[in-house]
Design a protein around this ligand. Sequence first.
Ligand SMILES: Cc1ncc(COP(=O)(O)O)c(C=O)c1O
Length: 319
Amino acid sequence: MSSGATATGGTEHTSTPVRTPSVLDLVGNTPLVRIRVLARDLPPDVRVYAKLEGFNPGGSVKDRPALNMVRDGLKKGLLRPGKTILDSTSGNTGIALAMIGAALGYPVDLVMPDNVSIERKKIIWAYGANIIFSSGLEGSDGAIRLCRDVLKKDPEKYFKPDQYFNEANPEAHYLTTGPEIWRQTDGQVTHFVTGLGTGGTIMGTGRALKERNRAIQVIGVEPDDSFHGLEGLKHMASSIVPGIYHENELDEKLPIGTEDAYDMVYKLGTDEGIVVGQSSGANLVGALQVARRLERGVVVTIFCDFGVRYLSTNLWAHR
Ligand SMILES: Cc1ncc(COP(=O)(O)O)c(C=O)c1O
């Protein structure tokens, strides 16, 4: 892999930074960073990389599917002037839709559990979107159900991207995340490990990678229990299974504990200088488990967002 590293250990910037007419042009093309300190016990031929999705303009991996679903709705005429964008979201998709709605001039209504972090609510309000709260006790499934009721009452008002059932969600990762990982690893990626929320990231990225090399292992990370603190991830056995999620396309699934994921978030901050959210911590726990079985390989995972979004949550309550 070409590193572009300078003699002082920095990275030489030879390309001109982008100039763009719209913030939406900045979605995707996120950096891939090597995990060094936390992977130091691995054999020299095993490398672990994380894709830093917090660099998307809306701050998370969800900018990709949100933009693709909105573009798909515009193309099909389902979203047109006078319509409001509506969806249920655990947070990041809502932020992404709020940003995109603001950039394109469409109002956005979001249904979300009332216990999502205050940072998330305020960012959404900052983009001018409206939040409809569902019961926090019912988690993301409660938001899905309430959103269906809102739509039923006034179907003409809304365009609902419906990230759990919209093929434009995995398609975003098939068209962008997967090819980017392939290019960023010079085709050397052997394992892709990431968490299951809607399943969009793993389905789309997995398909793109397997199409380029069938031997690439696609491994899902999920909470080890239905009661967990891994915002953004689903415990599939006890959840409404998303229509876009097909478990038979995975090579394996790893159950990850909330405490292990949280500990990994703390270590990522102090040892690697990367502060991320809890699902990224879970993803790295899974990626390192996979890497420890190997003698050689390139394991890629996703850091879905940065940690500032979670400073008021349980993740940081006792630190
Ligand atoms: C923080 C976070 N992590 C992980 C995921 C899971 O991604 P996906 O929905 O593509 O499975 C999401 C998406 O809901 C998320 O918001």
